[in-house]
Design a protein around this ligand. Structure first.
Ligand SMILES: Cc1cc2nc3c(=O)[nH]c(=O)nc-3n(C[C@H](O)[C@H](O)[C@H](O)COP(=O)(O)OP(=O)(O)OC[C@H]3O[C@@H](n4cnc5c(N)ncnc54)[C@H](O)[C@@H]3O)c2cc1C
Length: 404
């Protein structure tokens, strides 16, 4: 007897149109597989600010491979700061200049707001024929040997051979397959502020990290320029009243102490975080039909910029595994995806944890090392570099062990 295919049946459904879901869909199209994205929010939604700004070259390279021109386009939109500087208690202990990026080549990184990155990803998805279904929140999910059934908040039913769960930190997909997260939460609170650049009076472009900034009672402060503005992170001390520093009046009180006072009137976004350091117990369900990527699978403190950067690697790897599984009808590639990306996430979580410990200085050992480091740094460049790189965790680059 001839059976009609259900209308809502697709080979692969990506849940979530955040950056990682968009990249998973783009990668599926690159591999020649139809891609459908179900997104809970409505078309044209406003996305939150104060999230990723730093994209590594390896990520730009991956984007270039799945969508030629995209990596270069993002690099052209973002900026590369020419110098990074580190201070301890107001004294400079380290500075490094970067060569100017070469036209037509990928720079070592690019810095631009996540909301702008997402616009480029979305356009690339449209150009490559990704299907989007907006206002479609996945509520329930059941995986079987031969596929996955999704039920949305409006009780629509969708079937797929494979599902890529890119639905963020509170992932309904992850809950649906009963996978939990393991890890910790940072004890300190961070205030993350975005300010718009004053184009008439631009500040000198430099990424600057202050250990124990004297103007704000010895709290750490990080300044990162991005295309169109600045990210300012203030690390509160244990016992600080978060409200006092985070409201509009709170930010207006401390920001002029560390930055040109005109910028207190140019605040575009303020967020307050205690960063989670958690990784899903598994990146796939027992039937090897549901793959978790991005924040559905892991949450890291942002120091070292491992969140979105590793989400891109998850998404491309998941799309490649699903493509091979569809063609060969075997799940060994899905197994491989799961093991490799789980290991990478554990590595990234630990690396971000090292960075957090370095910044927070919560252990006596780290406080002593930082203190001695600040004395030796002016005469010993390697020590200055250690202080400079500490807030980012183990070094990145192909010759090092960093995994994204
Ligand atoms: C302060 C800060 C700074 C950061 N800086 C960096 C950085 O410089 N570099 C870096 O690499 N990373 C950085 N990150 C991390 C980065 O922002 C995240 O890794 C990234 O946003 C994760 O993207 P995602 O697509 O996995 O999740 P999200 O962006 O959360 O997207 C999830 C999507 O799924 C949708 N959704 C949710 N539930 C459902 C459902 N039930 N059904 C359908 N759709 C659903 C949501 O509406 C959303 O569109 C930073 C994070 C923070 C907080």
């Amino acid at each position: 007897m001839h059976r009609e295919e259900p209308m809502n049946k697709r080979p692969v459904i990506v849940v979530g149109a955040g950056p990682v879901g968009l990249i998973a869909a783009l990668a599926l199209r690159h591999y020649g597989v139809p891609a459908t994205v179900l997104e809970a929010q409505s078309y044209g939604r406003v996305r939150p600010g104060s999230r990723a700004i730093f994209i590594h070259r390896a990520t730009l390279q991956s984007l270039e491979e799945i969508s030629p021109g995209l990596g270069l386009e993002l690099a052209g939109e973002g900026l590369v700061w020419p110098i990074k500087r580190t201070f301890v208690r107001g004294q400079e202990v380290y500075a490094k200049t970067y060569p100017a990026p070469q036209p037509g080549r990928l720079p070592p990184f690019t810095s631009l707001p996540q909301v702008r990155i997402e616009r480029y990803l979305y356009q690339a998805c449209l150009s490559s024929g990704v299907e989007f279904v907006w206002s479609c929140a996945v509520q329930e999910l059941s995986a079987q040997q031969d596929g996955v059934r999704l039920v949305t908040a409006s009780q629509e039913v969708w079937d797929a051979d494979y599902v890529i769960g890119a639905d963020g930190a509170h992932s309904a997909v992850r809950h649906g397959v009963g996978i939990s997260m393991e890890g910790t939460r940072s004890p300190n609170t961070f205030i993350v502020v975005d300010v718009a650049e004053d184009v008439d009076h631009p500040l000198p472009l430099a990424r600057v990290f202050h250990y124990e900034h004297p103007a704000v009672g010895g709290r750490n402060v990080l300044f990162v320029p991005f295309a169109g503005g600045w990210r300012v992170d203030l690390q509160l001390l244990p016992g600080d009243d978060v409200e006092q520093y985070s409201g509009t009046d709170g930010v207006r009180a401390w920001l002029p102490l560390v930055m040109d006072e005109a910028y207190a009137e140019r605040v575009t976004w303020v967020s307050t975080y205690q960063f989670l350091q958690v990784v899903a117990q598994s990146f796939v369900d027992p039937f090897r039909r549901v793959l978790l990527v991005g924040e559905a699978a892991h949450l890291f403190a942002p120091f070292g910029a491992r969140g979105l950067n590793s989400g891109v690697a998850d998404a491309v790897s998941a799309a490649s595994a699903v493509t091979k599984a569809l063609r060969a009808e075997d799940s060994s590639q899905i197994e491989h995806f799961s093991e490799e990306r789980h290991q990478a996430a554990l590595y990234n979580r630990d690396a971000a944890g090292i960075a957090l410990e370095h910044i927070q200085g919560t252990s006596d050992g780290m406080r002593v090392k930082r203190y001695i480091g600040s004395i030796l740094a002016p005469v010993w460049n390697d020590v200055g570099r250690w202080l400079d790189e500490g807030p980012y965790g183990p070094r990145s680059g192909p010759s090092q062990t960093t995994k994204y």
